[in-house]
Design a protein around this ligand. Sequence first.
Ligand code: ZN
Length: 139
Amino acid sequence: MKDYEKKKAHLLTTQGVHCPVCFKKFVESDRIELAHRLRKDNPHVKMFGLSVIDHVSNLAATHKNCNSAVLINRATDPIQAHEKVVDILSQIMLNDPLVFEYKALMKAFDNIERRYIVNIVSVSQYEILENFFQHYRDL
Ligand SMILES: [Zn+2]
């Protein structure tokens, strides 16, 4: 199974077999797309890297017409955007703390603006990441 299909299968398991935008159940004839929450464009890929942007937590399985509705606009909603990056970095670390490419993730971490991390869970995740990357910087 290709990565794309794996992600789609995972999302349909976790979000359920309905579209998170219009809440309609997917039917066989629907063309289901993987919609990015943080946009997959050059600025975002440069700032946060593909492992964050293409992470399953940055995706939603939607109808083609519903795709753009899951978008998190970093300019108008920086808190949600930054907390999404913190959440994804935390998940990557938890799932694979030893072998992941920490340099790319460190770059993503360095591009998080601390002032936009306000949610209590995100703050503690942020602090764990800060300690973690500090350790790598010291190596
Ligand atoms: Zn839909």
